[in-house]
Design a protein around this ligand. Structure first.
Ligand code: SF4
Ligand code: SF4
Length: 72
């Protein structure tokens, strides 16, 4: 489990850049956007650096995140 939580929100355009960049293969597509499997994610931030649409946000490990990617 990563110390920081990386979340993909509704700004995702399904360009797949984060999918190909992730060394852990933690990104998957479901419904109309990509998601991050938190069990696989190591918090390296490469997906965040590769998203041209600013669809990935960084949260503290203990933040509660809604299904749409917002902090609650
Ligand atoms: S890089 Fe950004 S826009 Fe592209 S699939 Fe990943 S989260 Fe979505
Ligand atoms: S932070 Fe790193 S391990 Fe986690 S989803 Fe992004 S690229 Fe993959």
């Amino acid at each position: 489990m990563a110390a920081k939580k990386y979340i993909i929100d509704r700004g995702c355009k399904l360009c797949d850049a984060c999918y190909w960049a992730c060394p852990q293969k933690a990104v998957y597509a479901k419904d109309d956007r990509c998601h991050i499997d938190q069990a696989k994610c190591i918090g390296c931030g490469i997906c965040y650096q590769n998203c041209a649409n600013e669809a990935i946000s960084i949260h503290e490990e203990n933040d509660k995140i809604s299904s749409t990617g917002e902090t609650v």
